[in-house]
Design a protein around this ligand. Structure first.
Ligand SMILES: Nc1ncnc2c1ncn2[C@@H]1O[C@H](COP(=O)(O)OP(=O)(O)OP(=O)(O)O)[C@@H](O)[C@H]1O
Ligand SMILES: Nc1ncnc2c1ncn2[C@@H]1O[C@H](COP(=O)(O)OP(=O)(O)OP(=O)(O)O)[C@@H](O)[C@H]1O
Lengths: 216, 216
């Protein structure tokens, strides 16, 4: 299991803190702004006011117990997030996950020892744009070159069996699962007839899946 | 295909604009701050400076061409996002997707006609916390009660065949796909032997999948 330290309690940092606590993890929340510390105090094991670019202040925290640090310092303090990341690694925290604000910031964070960087706005902007431009496409899992994608059944498929559609030979697409209302069936039989409103879980190249999703 | 209007060009709004343009969509970007409009002008079909709580200013935009509006006005102007959403619906935009900042804001937005609301920080905070607390768990697709989840093969599975593991009878889990290096195989045979480093794509209840992910 392990203990987490989360530094920087803006909207994103507070969401990470609350969700880690909900998953039953032990969390130490840190921010230089007393009001932000006050906002999460009730929800965590411990909450501390500290400027984490101050090595002295950081060294006084119980970092040896932490298996992972999450640095969610904001866009207006990118130097502080870089300095904090470097200090956490020097003080021996094994894994440091850091929020980045652009490609250059991400590269510098990785250079000073961040284990992972992520940019929540970019990631969510990408997902929303994908969802808006292909309304038939739902959630996706990227697996190397292939992807597993939820697709609303195109009208052109309704009333036909999976054998007739022959997606494997025509587009190299496998139907992994079929959802009809609340029921989900893994590896549907080839004789299964597709109905309107079915959701198909397809595995194939991103281009092949988009072609299916673009059918009327 | 259709045309999109994106209102509010903070980090998230700019990411939506850039990703819609990359998907080949036509985008009209709007903000009351000229500097923000300047930042995206080169990347979009049209970019306009306007205060979208001003009905007159909004009515002058070519809204009749828009199939969808995205309102990404920031946390410091929640009233503006509510008012803008209401006006867009009154002026006939068929679909309005709006960023929300808390549950109350989301409920009010839905009450004035938002088609969908989303909170990027909450969503990403939830995903990150899930990934951090279950390191063996990768991406997921929620399908009603079941979920399709990428799981790193636990050591306890290595060297055993899928038939021996008998996940379907023991945990009601189906192995939909198996990834080994760059190769991904859908519906692996039951005689397939699992190797260290394999990634399994499992379908089953969230609790059953977590039990597999928690094995050493
Ligand atoms: N040196 C530092 N030490 C500790 N906390 C810091 C430091 N510098 C900034 N912070 C904290 O980081 C937090 C997040 O920053 P800020 O609120 O500016 O970001 P934001 O981009 O608006 O965040 P969000 O989008 O998550 O709301 C703030 O609460 C701020 O006090
Ligand atoms: N009435 C309005 N009409 C048009 N644009 C507006 C209006 N009110 C606010 N905006 C714009 O919304 C944008 C996003 O707001 P802001 O930058 O405060 O949000 P933020 O929460 O920091 O965003 P992000 O997290 O996406 O960076 C700003 O560019 C602002 O000018």
């Amino acid at each position: 299991s392990g203990e987490f330290i989360v530094i920087g309690l803006g909207r994103f940092g507070r969401s990470v803190v609350l969700n880690l606590t909900r998953q039953g993890r032990s969390v130490l929340a840190v921010d230089l702004d007393p009001e932000r510390v006050e906002m999460v105090k009730e929800d965590v094991d411990a909450a501390v006011i500290a400027d984490t670019t101050d090595e002295q202040a950081l060294a006084e925290l119980p970092l040896e117990r932490m298996t992972c640090a999450v640095v969610t310092i904001g866009a207006r303090a990118t130097e502080a997030s870089i300095l904090t990341t470097a200090l956490l690694r020097q003080l021996g925290v094994p894994r440091v996950v850091v929020r980045s604000f652009n490609d250059l910031h991400a590269r510098v964070l990785l250079a000073v020892g961040a284990s992972e960087v992520l940019n929540p706005e970019d990631e969510m902007g990408r997902r929303l744009a994908l969802h808006l431009s292909n309304p038939a496409i739902g959630e996706q899992i990227q697996l190397g070159d292939a992807s597993i994608t939820e697709v609303e059944t195109p009208e052109a498929f309704v009333g036909r069996s999976l054998a007739e559609l022959d997606l494997r030979n025509r587009l190299d697409i496998t139907v992994l699962a079929l959802r009809r209302g609340d029921r989900v069936r893994a590896n549907p039989r080839s004789s299964e007839q597709v109905e309107s409103g079915d959701v198909l879980v397809l595995m194939g190249s991103a281009a092949a899946v988009r072609r299916v999703a673009a059918l009327e």
